[in-house]
Write a protein that binds this ligand. Structure first.
Ligand code: AMP
Length: 287
């Protein structure tokens, strides 16, 4: 059975009021739709941890810094509802813009510091858009737990910081990145890749994996970074927005993974921006 689709905040509050009264916990999985197995892994995690699960589908205009990117973003609502049917979620909240940003909406939620780097540096306003919409989705759903993918690791950190700073009583849970068999991180944007580009796309995770192994073997990052960028470029990627080694705690740039760290990359392939990040084993500082 396809799950109930809820389109207004009033209907959503009607449902959550009853659940709260019954003492049931609520999990929320915020998405922009075009659901794939990465999203569905978050839904499964939410179902396992909470009595009630709300999946939200909202293509948030505030987090797109290019109008063409917003226009081209895939929208597959019927198929999404079908995919959610087997999880027996309690509601799919698909608000239109007026439910999130009503006439006169004038508030911006902006998380400082960690948004100056990586995607924040390349997509002006993007994380303000994310923090603003997610804070609204948290308060609108009044969820106890929110489920987010490590695929968007910087976003996960921004959302955790925002919820803590604003005293929103929600636990933000990070879930591992789900990949295609060839290593490409699942993403709604993969639908925009041509067949030829799709064949080239796994090079990104392949190169990241190799760099992670060399870092684990004690090599320093700068020469590996230069070689990685060159390989991606010769493999068909046009622009490499970033390919960086950063700490997990504060997203500080590192030369060696002497503390918990990840490799982060964003690169353009045939007009599609792909992002990925992977864990790097800690190599204790010598001497
Ligand atoms: P999006 O619809 O792209 O905004 O993503 C919605 C949520 O799904 C975010 O928390 C993403 O981090 C998460 N997500 C997207 N792709 C993946 C993936 N391949 N594995 C795990 N989570 C993902």
């Amino acid at each position: 059975m396809t799950p109930p689709i809820v389109r207004t905040l009033a209907e959503l509050r009607n449902a959550t009021r009853g659940w709260h009264r019954a003492g049931e916990s609520i999990g929320v999985v915020p998405t922009m739709g075009a659901l794939h197995d990465g999203h569905l892994s978050l839904v499964a995690a939410a179902k396992a941890a909470c009595d009630r699960v709300i999946v939200t589908i909202f293509v948030n205009p505030k987090q797109f810094n290019q109008a063409s990117d917003l226009d081209n973003y895939p929208r597959t609502e019927e198929e999404d509802a079908r995919k959610l049917a087997r999880f027996a979620v309690d509601a799919v909240y698909v608000p239109d813009v007026s439910q999130i940003y009503p006439e006169g909406f004038a508030t911006n939620v902006s998380v400082g510091g960690m948004t100056d780097v990586l995607c924040g540096a390349h997509r002006p306003g993007h994380f303000d858009g994310v923090a603003t919409v997610v804070s609204k989705l948290f308060t609108q759903t009044s969820a106890d737990k929110g489920f987010f993918g490590e695929k968007d690791f910087q976003q996960l950190m921004v959302v955790q910081r925002m919820a803590r700073d604003l005293d929103i009583p929600i636990e933000v849970v990070g879930c591992p990145t789900i990949r295609e068999e060839d290593g490409l991180a699942m993403s709604s944007r993969n639908l925009l890749l041509s067949d030829r580009a799709r064949i080239k796309a796994p090079l990104l995770s392949e190169v990241m994996q190799e760099v992670a192994e060399k870092l684990a073997a004690g090599e320093s990052f700068a020469p590996l970074q230069a070689a990685a960028v060159a390989r991606l470029t010769s493999g068909g990627f046009t622009d490499i927005d970033y390919f960086e080694l950063r700490s997990c705690a504060a997203l500080e740039a590192l030369e060696w993974p002497t503390e918990p760290a990840r490799l982060f990359a964003a690169a353009w392939l045939a007009g599609v921006r792909l992002i990925d990040n992977i864990d790097v084993p800690v190599v204790p500082a010598s001497g």
